[in-house]
Every structure is written in structure tokens, then in C-alpha cells.
Ligand binder design. Structure first.
Ligand code: CIZ
Length: 382
């Protein structure tokens, strides 16, 4: 059983999830309440009806589309050598960036790669918390990011002051718990937590939480609910969710399944429960890659995660066909680009070239990183 907490209308402030404020109003409790895995998906559908998200709009600047990608790649190659730099790219960034990267992977693998590579400079093509984690684990390296504004809706949903206040409230109520945070959080939040999980190590880490402790899981309620169901550990869930995984259309997925008999549905555990319930494979991006690579005969995969994930899947297992699951249509009936993360999309070849040239923007060490270092090392490196 999982309980969702922290659906504070102020924190969600209409940015993209007024649906949660609706839940608060119904519950009559300004802090929390809700909800438990459901059997027929009805709660999630009701959630979507109440949710009116601002859909991400991808608008590349004119200057960014004028330069020849091949010239940019050549320039980057020269700069990389001059600057003793390695490029790390998450599976959710554009395929061109994954192609020029020295290392690709999920955040667990990339955080580990960052500690092992000999280069003095890292260019992290991903989102802010990933670059921050790389800096915290490898403080001696210069960590550059193509765009410091590449954020994360999950990290935004869980500010450190609200988490600290809620932890204090739970303790005052007599709860004896450990806090487990998904890596998609700020360093300030990590410093308040006992464990950090990624989609790649979550089950293993949950098993390390002493059995006599309750678990407060932040910030992704869907991942937390999934982990609670597979580990059997009750969890108190923070009411955050990823803006990309939140909006997959169950109707379109069911239609795609009907149109492709025998297809395999592969979904990320950040998806809502109604998507996971009809999925054949649930796992993070590294698990998806390993899974498709383990099947030699051609299959059709319906893929419910950030659409750039198709790139590494095709690369490792080109024998299959991959169909990205679309997001919910906008109210006007137009197809949205919502299976693309607008933050990941801030990473471009031009910005990689520019950050190498300018040695900026950089993730600069902050005093509070020291507190997050212990928990990150214990959770990701040991
Ligand atoms: O762990 C990560 O890198 C994320 C955010 C997703 C995944 O499954 O790779």
C-alpha cells in the first residue's frame, strides 16, 4: 500500500500540474492524502481528466539550425582533444549528441563513468541534476553543461525546504523512516536523504533499507508505487511526477497494441500505473536496451518513454521495429510533442561546441554538495 503526500497547491503553483491541486481540494487536507494502486486504471484516468498540463513546445532558435551538423561535430572533436574533455550523453538527448559522445547511458552508468574516466573535463549532455551528480562524485573535474537551464519537472516538484518540513512533521507524528530519493532531485534534497536510487539500482537499494524502517519515497509517485508493488515494502509517496511520462495516452497505446498484434509494450516505471498495468516489460533505459538485445528474432516494440530512447534501442538491436507511444492529444486535437523532454532538448551540437569553447556554463562546487556526496557515494558507487 502506498500513500501519496505533499500535493501542496503552492508548490505546484499551476506550472504544469493543477490536477494535483484538485486532489487536495477534494481531500480537504491541504498537505496530502491519496491513493493506492488501482486495478482498473480508473483513478489514473480521473487524474488525467483533472490534469491540464502545459504541453512542452520545442522551438529551436533560428541560429541553432543554420550550422552544418558535420562541421559542428568536427569542431567539437578538435575542441575535445584540446581541452582533455570527454562527452557524456544521456539516452534521452538527441541522437546526434549520443553519436558524438564518448559515453552514453542512464544516470547511474554516467555517474559511474564520470568517476572512472581520466579526462579532466566532462561535458554532460543531460539535465542539471545529472551534471550536479557528476560534479559531486568527481569534484576534481571541470563539469560543463551545454545549457544550465536544462532542468527536471521531478526535481522541481520537491523543493528541499518542503521536504525538510515534511520529514519533521512525520517524525513528530512518530514515524520511524528512511528517505529514499530518486536521482532526479537537487543536491540540496539529496543531502536530506538516506539513499539515492536510479531506475537502474532502485530495487537493490530498497532492499538495503532496514526492514523495521518505513520508507518515504521522493519525488516520483509512479516509480515509488511501482517499487512498492515489486518489493512489497509500504511507502509514503511524494506527489511528484515526470512531465514526459505522466502524459502517455492509454487510448493510443491500446490502439497501437490492437494494430500491432504480438507487439511488446515496454514502459518506464515513471509512467502512471494504468500504462504499467498493460506493459510487458517495465524498466529503466539500460534494462530496455538489455531486453531488446536479448531477443534475436524481429519483434515490434511499443516504447513508453522519452522518444530519443529509440536511438540507442535501434543501435543495439536493429532487428526490431520500435514505435514510440504518443502523449495525450492537446484539447484542439493536435498531436503534442510531449514524449520529448523539453529540458533534454536544450542540449544541442551548437551548445556543446560553445561550452567547450567558452569553458562555460560550468557546474561549480557549492558548499552544500559535501552533504550530498556521502549519500551519493554510498548509493551509486558501493
Ligand atoms: O536513471 C535515469 O537516467 C533516468 C532518469 C531514466 C532512465 O531510466 O535511464
Amino acid at each position: 500500500m502506498a500513500v501519496v503526500v505533499g500535493a501542496d497547491p503552492v508548490a505546484w503553483s499551476g506550472r504544469w500540474d493543477p490536477g494535483l491541486a484538485g486532489q487536495v481540494a477534494e481531500s480537504g487536507d491541504p498537505r496530502c492524502i491519496l491513493s493506492v494502486p488501482r486495478e482498473n486504471g480508473s483513478e489514473t484516468n480521473a487524474f488525467h481528466e483533472r490534469t491540464r498540463m502545459q504541453l512542452p513546445v520545442l522551438t529551436p532558435r533560428a541560429a541553432e539550425i543554420e550550422e552544418d551538423p558535420l562541421d559542428l561535430m568536427d569542431e567539437i572533436d578538435v575542441l575535445k582533444k584540446e581541452q582533455d574533455a570527454a562527452i557524456l550523453a544521456h539516452f534521452y538527448v538527441d541522437g546526434d549528441l549520443q553519436e558524438i559522445a564518448d559515453f552514453t547511458g542512464d544516470s547511474l552508468k554516467l555517474a559511474r563513468d564520470a568517476t572512472r574516466i581520466p579526462n579532466s573535463t566532462i561535458v554532460f549532455c543531460g539535465v542539471h541534476f545529472m551534471g550536479e551528480s557528476a560534479k559531486i562524485l568527481s569534484p576534481e573535474k571541470t563539469v560543463l553543461m551545454p545549457d544550465l537551464q536544462a532542468g527536471c519537472s521531478l526535481a522541481d516538484s520537491c523543493p528541499a525546504d518542503r521536504l525538510a518540513a515534511y520529514q519533521a512533521e512525520l517524525r513528530a507524528q512518530g514515524h520511524d523512516f528512511q528517505t529514499v530519493a530518486y536521482i532526479n532531485t537537487t543536491a540540496a534534497v539529496k543531502s536530506l536523504c538516506d539513499w539515492i536510487v536510479t531506475s537502474g539500482n532502485a530495487r537493490e537499494i530498497i532492499d538495503r533499507v532496514p526492514a523495521d524502517k518505513e520508507i518515504l519515497f521522493v519525488p516520483d509517485q509512479h516509480l515509488g508505487r511501482y517499487l512498492s508493488s515489486v518489493t512489497g515494502r509500504p511507502m509514503i509517496l511524494w506527489a511528484g511526477s515526470c512531465m514526459v511520462h505522466e502524459v502517455f495516452s492509454i487510448q493510443d497505446l491500446l490502439r497501437a497494441k490492437r494494430n500491432h498484434p504480438g507487439s511488446i509494450v515496454m514502459a518506464h516505471p515513471e509512467c502512471p500505473a494504468n500504462i504499467l498495468e498493460i506493459s510487458d516489460v517495465v524498466g529503466g533505459t539500460e534494462k530496455m536496451r538489455n531486453y531488446v538485445a536479448s531477443i534475436p528474432e524481429k519483434k515490434i516494440f511499443l516504447v513508453a518513454t522519452e522518444a530519443n530512447m529509440i536511438h540507442p534501442l535501434k543501435k543495439i538491436a536493429p532487428q526490431h521495429e520500435y514505435i514510440p507511444v504518443p502523449g495525450i492529444m492537446t484539447s484542439t486535437g493536435e498531436t503534442c510533442a510531449c514524449n520529448r523532454c523539453p529540458h533534454m532538448a536544450r542540449n544541442t551540437l551548437q551548445k556543446v561546441r560553445d561550452c567547450l569553447k567558452n569553458r562555460s556554463p560550468e557546474i561549480v562546487w557549492q558548499p552544500y554538495f559535501a552533504q550530498a556526496q556521502d549519500v551519493l557515494r554510498r548509493s551509486l558507487l558501493k
